[in-house]
Design a protein around this ligand. Sequence first.
Ligand SMILES: [Zn+2]
Ligand SMILES: [Zn+2]
Ligand SMILES: [Zn+2]
Length: 368
Amino acid sequence: MRPFECPNCRRLNHFEVRVCPGCSATLGYDPAIDGFRFLADGATVWRDGKGAVGAVAVCQNNNAYQICNWLVSAADSTPFCRACRHNRTIPDLTEPSVPMRWAKVEAAKRRLFHELIRLGAPLETKAQEVPGRQGLAFDFLYDPAAETLGHAQILTGHDSGVITLNLIEADDAARERVRILLGEPYRTLLGHFRHEVGHHFWSRLVGPDPDALAECRALFGDDTQDYDSALRTHYASGSSKVWTDDFVSFYATSHPWEDFAETFAHYLHIVDLLATARGFDLSIEPLPDSTDTNDVAIDFDPYLAPTTQLAAKMAPLSFAMNAINRSMGQNDLYPFHLSERVVAKLDFVNRLLAGARAQRPKALQPAG
Ligand SMILES: [Zn+2]
Ligand SMILES: [Zn+2]
Ligand SMILES: [Zn+2]
C-alpha cells in the first residue's frame, strides 16, 4: 500500500501509526477516504487536512484495548471499524503474552482489510450472512499447549467463513520454527490471513456460481477429491512429492482448495507490493549494457490492472527487492516464481474479484 500523509503536517507515515512522529497529532485511519484524519480542536473533531470534519468516531477496540487505529462512520450501526466488526472471538487477555500478540494479529488483519476494501471485495459479517452470501468472522485463540512446539491444540484454518488463528503464530520464534519444520520459504501473519480469506472467497464467490466453479475446476483441478486424505498424503509424502511450477507453492499441490487459497494470497501479495512501489514512485531501469529490457514504472492502478501487467512488473521488481533484502542478510522478500500457469490462475482470481466489484452498487465502489 502507499504511504499515508499526516493531514496536519504532511509527513509520510506508515499505516500503523497512531501518533504522527512529525507533529505529535493523534491520527486515525478512515477507510471512507482511504487516508488519515487527525484529532483537532481540543480533541473534539477528526479533520482531514482539507478543512473538513468527519462524522467519525474511534473504533471500539481502540477505546477498550488501544489496539486499533481505524475510525468508524457515525452512521454505522456498529461501534467497531470495518476490520474489527468481523471479530467473533478475541483471546483471553489475562494471559501476559496475549495483548502483544493480539496487537500484531490485528495490525496484520487491518492490512488485509485495507486491500480487500480497495479491491471492492464483498465483505459481510456473520450477522449479514444470507444463503449464498457467506459472512466472514475471526476467532483469535490463545492455546497454552502451543507454547511447546508440536503440541498445538488449536489449528489455524478456515471453516464456513470463520477464520481461526492460533495466537502462537504472532510469536516470531514459534512461527519461524514451524516454517523451517514445514520447509516453507515464507510464513507471516499477513500471509496466513491472505491465504485463509482465499478459502472464504472460494465459498463466497466460486462455490455458488456454476460458471465460476467450472472454470475454477478446469484451472485448479477437481475439488471434490477428499480433502482430509489429500492433506494427510501431502504431509506424509513430504518433499519427495513432485512439485512442478504449475503451482505457486509446494503447499498449493496438496488439494485444489489449497491451490486456490495460495493463489488468492499471491494475488493479494502482488497487488499490495506493486501498490507500495507505485505509492513511493519507485522505478527500476535496466543497466545500459544489460540484456534485461524489463523496466519497472508502475504507471497504472495495481488494484484494477490486468494480470499480465501485474506479472510483467513483478518479475523485475521482486528480483530487485530480493537483492535489497539479501544486502541486509535477510531472506528473499518474494521467494516465489510466477510461471505462465500460475499467472493464468492469478488471472482467475483477478477476474473473480473484478466481477464481484462490478456487481456492487456504485455508492459502494472503492474511491479512485
Ligand atoms: Zn504530522
Ligand atoms: Zn478497529
Ligand atoms: Zn488452506
